[in-house]
Design a protein around this ligand. Structure first.
Ligand code: MG
Length: 228
């Protein structure tokens, strides 16, 4: 019996990565930097989790002049502000099947939590614009990137989500779209359902217990058939 479902955000609840990419580019241009990340490059950079870490990785592989941690932090903060405005402007919606799945879990009394590398303002912007101002009431725990020491693929963010849920890993399942996310959830001892996403669709999702092509089949996997 599954007592809780823990969700990744980017790529899983919503196809946010393209919005993140555009927000990075707008933040670079606003800062007077002539960097532009195209889709192919962004797909490569996504292997590094966390926005600040991604910028640092970009500087390294393209041998750009080094930046202080504070400068990277300020740039990332500006990017988050751009992203928030884009999401609040209605540029992102939940993936097909997710709203129905969340409702079905709520009806059944299954607890929900979030385990993401993205920052709290990003989650707030996305979920308040798609689930309404009271979105927080639906989730027992929200474990976000800046609340833990090590980002995915380390298990920290899932360990935190489990502590917030006050449940053992064996009674929960994670929903993820990336290899790093699967490794993180597995590291915390969770079963994992992987859903293919636009940006991580080519990832090796073999570490997951179940792989789905989209989110519409989640109910069939998680919810007991006898109740259906
Ligand atoms: Mg993801």
């Amino acid at each position: 019996m599954i007592k809780a479902v823990i969700f990744d955000v980017d790529g899983t609840l919503a196809e946010t990565e393209e919005v993140h990419r555009l927000a990075f580019n707008r933040a670079f241009s606003n800062a007077g930097l002539d960097w532009s990340w195209d889709q192919e490059l962004y797909r490569r950079l996504l292997k590094v989790t966390g926005g600040k870490e991604r910028i640092a990785h970009f500087l390294e592989i393209f041998e750009k002049p080094p930046m202080e941690a504070e400068q990277i932090g300020a740039l990332h903060k500006a990017k988050t502000a751009v992203y928030t405005r884009m999401v609040e402007g209605g540029e992102v919606s939940l993936r097909p099947g997710i709203p129905e799945f969340l409702d079905a879990l709520r009806e059944r009394g299954t607890k929900l939590a979030i385990a993401t590398t993205t920052s709290l303002p990003n989650i707030e912007a996305l979920l308040s614009s798609t689930l309404g101002a009271h979105w927080r009431d639906r989730f027992v725990g929200v474990a976000a990137g800046d609340m833990v020491e090590r980002k995915k693929p380390a298990p920290d963010v899932y360990d935190l989500a489990l502590r917030l849920l006050e449940l053992p890993a064996g009674e929960c399942v994670a929903v993820e779209d990336s290899r790093n996310g699967i490794l993180s959830a597995k590291g915390a001892g969770l079963r994992v359902i992987a859903v293919r996403s636009a940006y991580c669709g080519a990832d090796d999702l073999g570490g997951a217990d179940v792989v789905l092509e989209d989110c519409r089949g989640l109910g069939l996997v998680v919810l007991p058939k006898s109740d259906g």
